[in-house]
Design a binder for this molecule. Structure first.
Ligand SMILES: *[C@@H]1O[C@H](CO)[C@@H](O)[C@H](O)[C@H]1NC(C)=O
Ligand SMILES: *[C@@H]1O[C@H](CO)[C@@H](O)[C@H](O)[C@H]1NC(C)=O
Length: 388
């Protein structure tokens, strides 16, 4: 009996073990068990109020954004669905057949193609992009500013590295502009100003009606064959969004949802404006790659997190800790600790957590594979980055 009680007490309340376990008198044992119980309760209540309640409040503070994002399906309805255009391609199928499969005719000669980008510091992505598109581009147009969208001064990185881009030099229209440097201004205003300057630069570059214009960020890379198809086929829609495979950090991590912001326009004087939002319902499937935060150095991640229009997402300074960033890159997890921007609970839950690893390096830009040693960090199995 006594020993039963002893063991029961020992089992039920380890906190009091030393104190309660020493006496053998049953009455004393009962009393001390009661005392132990009260003491334990006190301790638990104290722990509850001192730890649990503040951590709940702290949790809500930390995850407030997550909580609002989780309930997005209640406060925001999904955008109008796209009209998907099936994309047909095989290297051994002729252009007239390919155009015909899309319901388009073939032209006697291809359209001219202009590729226009706003540049920040993505030298590697720009190289891979321009090498991919090189055979089909008539004019490369690049604008860079000495300010980020968030009004931080930055070097003219393209100007500094221009010698690496000799292969486009005869077809390059380049301009550097001065930034606004107004602290606290909405970064989207600076971004809009830079896009407007790009419109003028395109006119300087000699763009004409019905030339093709690619509007996309540097890291949204249309595949070469997609641009070849669009320059050869007649009757393509005047504006077309490109569905791009959506990668994060490297080609090792592919989101389940493709990206759609890149677009191709048949240029119309006085009407076409350089933009990066939704401009039409048409979306051409499987047209290339979007590789966001695909940087070689940890310092580039930190720079991007500060420079990017969504810099409000850096809610805590420890988000910029290099060790934390490196760990998240290897996991395929979100740098901002945010929930996916989805419009149904099913999609939010389905896309929560890190992106699964992919071991496919099939159908990537050819220049990347031809120079795999130099761009190793973009290929599966090489998530560890150099600090700077
Ligand atoms: C594809 O076309 C290329 C040249 O046009 C030819 O060398 C090659 O043998 C063809 N491949 C197949 C599988 O038909
Ligand atoms: C940015 O460029 C503008 C125009 O070229 C210049 O006036 C300004 O001093 C530059 N600012 C910085 C911080 O380099």
């Amino acid at each position: 009996m006594i020993s039963d009680g002893y063991y029961a007490s020992k089992k039920s309340d380890d906190v009091c073990e030393d104190f309660c376990g020493q006496q053998a008198s049953p009455t004393y044992l009962k009393m001390s068990r009661l005392r132990c119980f009260l003491r334990g309760l006190d301790l638990k209540t104290l722990i509850f109020f001192l730890l649990i309640v503040p951590s709940c409040i702290f949790g809500i503070y930390i995850h407030g954004q997550k909580i609002t994002y989780f309930f997005r399906p209640l406060w925001q309805s999904p955008p109008k669905p796209f009209i998907h255009i099936t994309h047909y391609y095989h290297e051994n199928v002729s252009m007239p057949t390919l155009c015909n499969l899309h319901g388009w005719g073939i032209r006697d000669y291809p359209r001219r193609v202009f590729d226009a980008v706003l540049f920040s510091n993505e030298i590697d992505m720009l190289t891979i992009r321009w090498k991919e598109l090189n055979p089909y581009i008539s004019e490369f147009v690049l604008l860079e500013s000495n300010s980020t969208f968030t009004a931080l001064p930055k070097p003219l990185n393209f100007a500094i590295n221009r010698a690496q881009f000799k292969f486009v030099e005869p077809r390059l229209t380049y301009q550097a502009i001065g930034g606004g440097f107004q602290k606290g201004k909405n970064p989207f205003i600076e971004e809009a100003l830079q896009r407007k300057a790009l419109d003028q630069l395109l006119r300087n570059a000699g763009i004409e009606d019905d030339d093709l214009l690619i509007m996309s960020d540097v890291d949204e890379i249309p595949s070469r064959h997609t641009i070849d198809l669009l320059r050869w086929c007649d009757d393509i829609p005047p504006i077309l969004h490109l569905h791009l495979k959506n990668h994060l950090y490297s080609f090792e991590f592919q989101h389940s949802h493709p990206s759609w912001r890149a677009s191709v326009h048949r240029y119309q004087k006085g009407k076409t404006r350089y933009a990066h939002y939704r401009q039409t319902d048409y979306l051409l499937a499987d047209s290339g790659w979007h590789c966001s935060f695909c940087f070689r150095y940890i310092i580039d991640f930190i720079f991007k997190m500060k420079a990017y229009s969504h810099n409000d997402r850096v809610r805590f300074s420890h988000f910029l800790n290099p060790k934390r960033i490196q760990d998240l890159i290897c996991e395929g997890a979100d740098l901002y600790d945010m929930l996916p921007e989805e419009y149904t609970f099913k999609d939010i839950i389905g896309r929560m957590g890190p992106i699964p690893h992919s071991y496919s390096a099939v159908h990537l830009p050819s220049f990347l594979l031809e120079n795999a040693e130099n761009y190793k960090y973009l290929l599966p199995g090489n998530c560890v980055r150099e600090p700077n």
